[in-house]
Ligand binder design. Structure first.
Ligand code: LLP
Length: 418
């Protein structure tokens, strides 16, 4: 299999992240362990920024994809804004040195405490998803004596063509406000004195491999913005959300970031609107791998098992979405391949990283790299089976450092009492 990436490559049979051999990280940091390439993150962020140069915009990285402080710092320094969905994410952004005035707050279930925290932090805008939420933001803003910038997240009713769990833009989904109702809601909300209705927004889904649904959603939002302006609302920004997919399979063709953004830009030229994008996966997904060591080989009754030290608690995506992650040997061998299931130590049949896959013929002690694990990897990790969560490592050229320590048994019981 040919591996081509701006961050990962084989040199003399050893897999490197930038200029660092991954077997060195596995030896010193232990496994399982997440590794991120700062170069890969910055290249993708800059692809967004570069294509928008000279156009009023904010690239708000979706913190939920990977919220490690070191990555947030890297992006903040490169000029990123942030898309958050909780008070905890806002706290992380601030701790990482991010600028709250570049933060947009999305989500269907913002709590009063979260809204208050965001108002006191003077974030850029709230993306509201219901009339009840508008009322709450109005009341809290009045109490604090501030005016909140608000956009309604509408539901453009386009099919993003992604996995059902991560499609969000159709009428039956809990997200957003019906297009047909949006206009009258905007008018009602305009009367609330502590809200400034400035934007339209949407997010139609994730891991989208064809750009047409995104462009169709954009057209519907532009149309809505036009109508609202005609009705006298001062619409200033349009937020298209995130969603651009990445190649989980080496054979996948994923959209090119710069080309996609240029198409968006072309449609928005001359409309006098500020563009916000909320990419998550397309910035960090390909930057990360999960290193894991083979513990055992076990010839099962119907198939061969490769039992590794990473499990569904470390990387949930295969179990939750049946998602595919390529798996490479960190040291290439001459032992050929084997058809096998790659499974972890967790006590569930659903605990697997790959099923019935042609795999490197890895033996106990060999280290494997689970590919495209930078987005929705560590953030979905849990302590299930009382397994400490793995460390995270950031690579910068020929240097690497641990940016989150491996959890200890003490960490597992913090806050508990008998
Ligand atoms: N903006 C909003 C409002 C979102 O809900 C999301 C993701 C994003 C931006 C970022 O989307 P991205 O560019 O990363 O596609 N856990 C799933 C993905 C869930 C996505 C949720 N929303 C997975 O592992 O595939």
């Amino acid at each position: 299999m040919l591996l081509s990436s701006d961050a990962y490559s084989y040199r003399s049979g050893v897999l490197y992240c930038e200029e660092v051999p991954l077997d060195e990280i596995a030896r010193r940091a232990g496994t399982p362990c997440y590794v991120y390439s700062s170069r890969a993150v910055l290249n993708r962020f800059r692809a967004y920024k570069g294509a928008l140069e000279g156009f009023p915009h904010l690239v708000s990285y979706a913190v939920k994809a990977n919220s490690n402080l070191a990555l947030l710092r890297l992006l903040a320094e490169a000029g990123a804004g942030f898309d958050i969905v909780s008070g905890g994410e806002l706290f992380r952004v601030i701790q990482a040195g991010g600028d709250p005035s570049r933060v947009v707050f999305s989500g269907v279930g913002k709590t009063p405490a979260e809204i208050e925290y965001a108002l006191k932090s003077s974030i850029y805008a709230f993306h509201c998803e219901s009339e009840g939420e508008l009322g709450l933001i109005e009341a809290l803003s009045a109490r604090l004596g501030v005016r909140a910038r608000v956009a309604l997240r509408v539901n453009p009713d386009v099919d993003a063509g992604a996995h059902p769990y991560i499609s969000t833009g159709m009428r039956e989904h809990k997200f957003g406000i019906e297009m047909a109702e949006a206009e009258s809601l905007y008018r009602r909300a305009q009367k609330l004195p502590h809200l400034s209705l400035e934007g339209v927004s949407c997010h139609i889904g994730s891991q989208i491999l064809e750009v047409e649904p995104l462009l169709e959603a954009l057209d519907r939002l532009l149309e809505l913005a036009r109508r609202l302006r005609q009705a006298g609302l001062p619409i200033r920004h349009l937020d298209l959300g995130g969603g651009l997919g990445i190649p989980y399979r080496l054979s996948d063709a994923a959209p090119n970031i710069a080309e996609f953004v240029k198409q968006v830009r072309r449609r928005m030229e001359g409309q006098d609107l500020f563009l916000i994008l909320e990419p998550g996966r397309s910035i960090v997904g390909e930057a990360g791998v999960l290193l894991t060591t083979v513990l055992y080989r076990k010839p099962g009754a119907t198939r061969e098992f490769i039992i590794v030290d990473a499990a569904m608690n470390d990387l949930l995506r295969p179990s939750l979405y049946q998602s595919h992650h390529e798996i490479f040997a960190v040291r290439q061998s001459l032992r050929g391949t084997v058809r096998a299931d790659v499974v972890g130590p967790v006590c569930e049949s659903g605990d697997f990283l790959a099923l019935d896959r042609e795999m490197p013929n890895a033996l106990p002690g060999d280290v494997l790299a689970v590919w495209t694990a930078g987005a929705y990897g560590f953030v979905l990790a849990s302590n299930y089976n009382s397994r400490p969560r793995p460390p995270e490592v950031l690579v910068e050229a020929d240097r690497w450092r641990i940016v989150r320590a491996r959890e200890t048994y003490e960490d597992l019981i913090r806050g508990e009492s008998v």
